[in-house]
Write a protein of this length. Sequence first.
Length: 165
Amino acid sequence: MVGYLNRVIYYQKMSYENKIDFVEAFSLKVEETGRPRIYGQILGWLLVCEPDHQSFSDLMENLNISKASVSNITRILLETGLIEKIRVPGERQIHFKLKKGALSDFFQRQVNIVTDLTQILNSGLELLNKEGETDTTRITRAVEFHSFLAREIPLLMEKFNSEFN
């Protein structure tokens, strides 16, 4: 927990230029997962910005991105449950912030997908075994891999929650 807090304090004290460098590195890595780079930019910015919430205009200005990009990506981030809208007293604009627990909730949804894929793969393997004419090596390996993830990831999530909550 102390390491996490030290990183948070470090990022809060970072200059704008250093924050943008962080956001760029973060967004490039997120882009490798198949998400748009701007998705990573907004998510990265919300990890290090002060205050911890940003208006539509703040995101446009700080990240130098278009209104359409902010609109599209915040909609996606809202739909995936990673961010939430908040009202700031005295302000007319909606602000966005990371939703508390969003990262573990997001990851849990990924685990659910892995579990569903495991069931589909098992069904496929059963069909191929009944048929008996197709090499099942590849699908067997996929079943083993997804079964392993479906079994082990929830244990890691529990461990994380017990250590950091």
